[in-house]
Design a protein around this ligand. Structure first.
Ligand code: CP
Ligand code: NVA
Length: 308
């Protein structure tokens, strides 16, 4: 059966643990200059409806490092869902390439693409979810803290695609997760309910910054206006102003709090420059680990024997 990675919720706990362990192995091998040609002759098609630095470069570099090739399809190239149907794109790409990563606006377009494809489809971010980022972040946290199941991860900001993927990750991996957000910017209630249904941990939502961030082990934030919400930027700047991750919020968290951000960051908006560039921040390690986690994901979905 062809496996996709559309949501962290599609993975079992042991599959997530396997991907994290494999990422660690691939990272160590890259640093030791031990090359792997596990995906020699395989091709990745990269469909992007939105801009990207990290997702694009890490997937493209990642498949090259594993001996494969990538074809980047920029927003204007195939005019996803406009020039022809999503199903026709899926059926055509399935004849020529081995795996697709897609960054789409609507999550349902990604599901449509996956349903009509006979090759694995990876979610490179939709309006609903960003699983590759959060899987890489769990890998980064496990490197920094070892066992992550006892952590209290606090996300300050919008109840967006990042938060939805964090909710699923927390439910699976057993750490507590709190979203601190302004009223009206809570996560999708269906995602919250689905995550809570099988969660062993506590998944909370509060509007109170002081209460929500008290003793946090991890403080995470993201832009206030996601891609596609640019027209709401000015209004959101006003609503979210009390929700900036800054020195005052940091002082309310655990002494050894870890500060994370998926990037791109807007210094002076969702996070102060002193915090995002300060000693608690691990943002560069997070970005680096997108490469290793996604190499693990590609090799596993394409069933490279060494990755199973
Ligand atoms: N964090 C992340 O996905 O970055 P890009 O939008 O640059 O890919
Ligand atoms: N929530 C952000 C994440 C960017 C990586 C967005 O969707 O634009």
């Amino acid at each position: 059966m062809t496996r996709n990675l559309l949501s962290i919720d599609d993975l079992t706990v042991s599959e997530i643990e396997h991907l994290i362990a494999l990422s660690g192995r691939l990272k160590a091998d890259l640093k030791a200059r031990r090359p792997h040609a596990w995906l020699s002759g395989r091709t990745l098609a990269m469909i992007f409806e939105k801009p990207s630095l990290r997702t694009r470069v890490t997937f493209e570099t990642g498949i090259h490092q594993l001996g494969g090739d990538a074809i980047y399809l920029a927003p204007g190239d195939i005019q996803f869902g406009q020039r022809e149907s999503v199903a026709d794109i899926a059926k055509n790409l399935s004849c020529w390439v081995d795996v697709i990563v897609a960054r789409t606006f609507s999550h349902s377009s990604l599901v449509e693409l996956a349903d009509a494809s006979t090759i694995p489809v990876i979610n490179g971010l939709t309006d609903l979810l960003h699983p590759c980022q959060v899987l890489a972040d769990c890998f980064t946290l496990s490197e920094v803290r070892g066992d992550i199941s006892k952590l209290n991860v606090v996300f300050v900001g919008d109840g967006n695609n990042m938060v939805h993927s964090w909710l699923y990750a927390a439910a699976k991996l057993g750490f507590d997760f709190t979203l601190v957000c302004p009223a009206g910017y809570e996560p999708d209630p269906e995602v919250l309910e689905r995550a809570r249904k099988n969660a062993k941990s506590t998944l909370s939502v509060t509007c109170d910054v002081e209460e929500g961030t008290a003793g946090a082990d991890v403080l995470y934030t993201d832009v206030w206006a996601s891609m596609g919400q640019e027209a709401e930027s000015e209004r959101r700047k006003k609503v979210f102003a009390p929700y900036q991750v800054n020195a005052q919020v940091l002082a309310n968290a655990a002494d050894n709090v870890i500060v994370m951000h998926c990037l791109p960051a807007h210094r002076g908006e969702e996070i102060s420059a002193e915090v995002v560039d300060g000693p608690h921040s691990i943002i560069v390690a997070q970005a680096e680990n997108r490469l290793h986690l996604q190499k693990a994901l590609l090799a596993w979905l394409l069933e490279a024997p060494e990755a199973m």
